[in-house]
Design a protein around this ligand. Sequence first.
Ligand code: GDG
Length: 486
Amino acid sequence: MTALGPLTVVSNRLPVVMRQRGGSWKVEPGAGGLVAAMRPILERQGGCWVGWPGVVEEDGQGWAGGLQRAGERAGYALEPVTMSRDQYEGYYEGFSNSVIWPLFHGFADRCTFDAADFEQYRAVNQRFAEATMRCVGGEGLVWVHDYQLFEVGQRLRKLGHRGRLAHFLHISYPGMENYAKLPWRRELLRALLAYDLVGFQTARDVRNFVRCAEAFGVGGVLRHEGGEALLVAEDGRRVEVGAFPIGMDFQGFSERAASSEVEERVRALQDEIGAYRMFLGIDRLDYTKGLIHRLRAFELMLERHPHLCEQVMFFQLVVPSRENVSEYRSLKREFDRVVGRINGRFSTSGWQPIRYLYNRVNPVELAALYRLAVVALVTPLRDGMNLVAKEYCACQVDENGALVLSEFAGAAAQLGEGAVLVNPYDRETTADAMARAVQMDEARRRIRMRSMRRIIAESDVYQWAERFLDRAVEGPQPGEGFATPA
Ligand code: GDG
């Protein structure tokens, strides 16, 4: 293992968000899988996190002191990248979330291609590169995260950065057919080939990337086998590409789930819901997460397995996300409508099949929900990895729960044997799989849960970061392959 010193991490968002409440600036924790994964790493290693603090220039000043103090408390520096509202809209809501996000998840029809948004994306990537230079002064390894920042590596090189550059993509990489629709397909391939190491979640993502590079003639492929590849960029540099399935803080989650505070909360929640066996969903409000498909499969389960009525309930935690993007607002309306319809159809005087909360909850509440659920429903239509699946298993300290998992989540490549795998587009079989999971006999549930917990514990977020960073620091070794992904 490489002796890892302080790290420089660059991501769209900082792990905290500045918000104006009652006339003063408050620091709030950030949401989402990337922050959840990287926060424990930075806490352990120290260093610098470069990212957007959640405010645009028009929001005014006065937040920088609070942000700096939050960094001091966390044990690493927070370097804010600021931008105007216009830039934010073009870069984030426009190009990142209305082009890359839908396209890379296979929803090309939801893309709004707009050259002006791409220009803002480039301008903001330049700002991130400049802020990173302020942090690292052109030396050392820089670890850039995710699809909002593809061009940061390229721009750092132009600004004279001499250290190594690595990129990890948290979302899936599309197949050639979808990628081909992107008007700037060559530009973004070149941007990724500016790094020394490019990491993806699964071997399939690596394969898709290599095929796109080949198809659009950007760089050359020197080697490609399973989850690893070696490419050569147009300027002759070697670029390593590999599958690095992300993990989570297994020990932290299991210890919290076993704590007396969580146990007390589990008892209180159980009293609240009564004897019903609970299905659980936890997702950001996002069309990739398959929320509507899941509701409709649950409805069909009640229809086809009527003895489960008044035996089970489904609790869905919906975490608000990207509320400024109109697609997301209309999804919320659709979700409300479908929940209302199903509850109207099946509720009895003492029982309501679906309950949901549109909010964030604190870590204790989250662990209590994970522990209480007899079945977790993780059924995205496409997902890079999905940490909720892993967190659920980590919190199942009694090894008693079942996981219904979409075959289109990156997690399926690792947990496929222990989970009940479903194609979320197939309503009938998903409904039956839900019924099977909630009725599975205890011995089988335990065997499956134990095997998933072992896999997750053996490839936690610390090992993920260590493997990635080892690779990023060392570079390609002549004739050597990658360490085998877990
Ligand atoms: C992207 C990729 C990939 C959720 N509600 C609350 C809460 N959460 C936390 C969960 C989990 C995280 O948010 C969600 O992570 P996911 O992985 O499920 O999804 P994305 O946000 O889409 O993440 C994904 C991930 O990056 C990492 O690479 O797995 O495929 O799309 O950690 O626990 N946390 C708290 N309260 C909540 O109410 N505290």
